[in-house]
Write a protein that binds this ligand. Structure first.
Ligand SMILES: Cc1cc2nc3c(=O)[nH]c(=O)nc-3n(C[C@H](O)[C@H](O)[C@H](O)COP(=O)(O)OP(=O)(O)OC[C@H]3O[C@@H](n4cnc5c(N)ncnc54)[C@H](O)[C@@H]3O)c2cc1C
Length: 377
């Protein structure tokens, strides 16, 4: 390969890919637009069993376990507060536990691990353009010298500039007509730390996860029709008091008590990408949210990003011809990630009309893809 793999974005997908490439002995440079990693500190996510398997393939499962909380059971409560369902998360597989942590901590942990393993991560390095050539790609950075690499990977999120460089006709993200409120409360809500509590309330979904240090992390999905004058690229609505706005639609009950005790409340408009064109062109490719951002209902976005990183790193290790590796990666990943986008949109109550339905992957096939020692099909 002529030059390093240049990765745009040191979020979850980009940092995980850096780990996978470093493990495969492939030179990599990561460019992160933000000057530091302080953004997004409040947003938490859950990592399902497949995400933990992907972390294991990157030798990162222990590092993430050290900064996250283990999750145990799914418990559902009706409007009167009575428990109507309880089951172990992950179907009771004791070997792979779900984890809960903030998005920022996950990205930082993966990034720090990559740096410790010799990866160069440049902060404040915004990818602004790219010019493909015969032997690779020249990456243009805002206010800094160009970089030459054998491949540019856009791991640069929902509003990915690399997606638009690959496909100038790419559709902008779709605002689905729903908001997610999330936050952390102290001294409200009860239950065993690590249990995922779902409360049937007046909103689309409300869930809470008590943490071992006495806090409760929670989120609420609330339908909110998209106004005609919505700005497509503006993900954060300008709510003066998101907690009050949420309390107004929650009514009473345990969910409202938890939100009333919130130390911090965040809100974001939900977007997804139901119709994405080609993932790659001329030594450029997108992964993670840049390729297949889903609404959060299935809780699989970060996990899909981790899976992408494992599979792309394996494909590049296995196939020295970059174009062939990218084709293999897309063949193995496209159907599964598209199925998640479509399923999540449907679960949210905002189906992705006219979208390719994608394809579910049997567990044993996925496990082969994520097994670091078994070759990709
Ligand atoms: C409310 C909410 C709840 C969620 N809950 C879950 C959950 O429970 N479980 C789950 O698995 N997923 C969840 N997700 C989805 C998950 O957060 C995303 O799928 C995941 O963060 C995608 O990771 P990524 O690395 O692809 O993108 P991002 O995390 O967006 O990272 C992109 C990175 O690229 C950088 N960047 C952008 N432009 C440039 C540029 N031009 N040059 C250089 N760098 C650039 C950004 O600064 C950022 O660091 C949730 C999402 C939301 C909104």
């Amino acid at each position: 390969m002529s030059g390093p793999v240049v990765v745009s974005g040191a979020g979850i997908a980009g940092s995980a890919l850096a780990l996978g490439l470093a493990r495969a002995g492939i030179d990599v440079v990561v460019c992160e637009a933000h000057p530091d990693d302080g953004a997004d500190a409040g947003a938490f996510l859950t990592l399902a069993a497949n995400g933990v398997r992907a972390l294991d393939a990157l030798d990162a499962a222990d590092a993430v376990a050290a900064v996250s909380d283990e999750m145990t059971d799914l418990r559902v409560f009706d409007a009167t507060g009575a428990e109507v369902h309880r089951s172990p998360l992950g179907g009771g597989d004791e070997t792979v536990r779900y984890r809960c942590l903030t998005r920022a901590v996950l990205a930082r942990t993966l990034r720090d691990l990559a740096v410790a393993r010799g990866v160069e991560v440049r902060h404040g390095a915004r990818v602004a353009g790219a010019t493909p050539g015969a032997d690779g790609v020249t990456v243009h950075l805002d206010g800094a010298d160009d970089l030459h690499g054998c491949l540019l990977v856009g791991a640069d999120g929902l509003h990915s500039p690399v997606r638009t460089i690959i496909d100038p006709q790419a559709e902008p993200p779709r605002p689905i007509g729903q908001r997610v409120y999330y936050g952390s409360s102290h001294g409200a809500g009860t239950g065993r730390p690590g249990d995922f509590h779902v409360f049937r309330t007046g909103v689309q979904a409300f869930a809470a996860i008590p943490t071992p240090d006495g806090r409760t992390r929670w989120f609420a999905r609330v339908d909110d029709p998209v106004p005609d004058d919505a700005v497509p690229d503006d993900p954060v609505p300008d709510d003066a008091d998101p907690r009050a706005a949420l309390l107004a639609v929650l009514g009473g009950g345990t969910a409202a008590e938890i939100v009333a005790a919130a130390e911090e409340t965040f809100v974001t408009d939900v977007h997804d990408l139901p119709h994405v064109g080609p993932w790659s062109r001329d030594r450029m490719v997108v992964i993670g949210d840049a390729a297949h951002a889903a609404s959060p209902a299935t809780g699989q976005g970060a996990t899909m990003a981790l899976e992408d990183a494992v599979v792309l790193a394996k494909a590049l290790r296995q196939d020295p011809a970059v174009d062939a590796a990218l084709a293999r990666h897309e063949r193995l990943r496209r159907g599964r990630t598209q199925a998640n986008v479509v399923a999540s949109a449907a679960m949210s109550g905002h189906p992705a009309e006219g979208a390719d339905p994608g394809e579910t992957l049997p567990d044993e096939v996925l496990h082969t893809h994520l097994d670091r020692d078994r070759p990709l099909p």
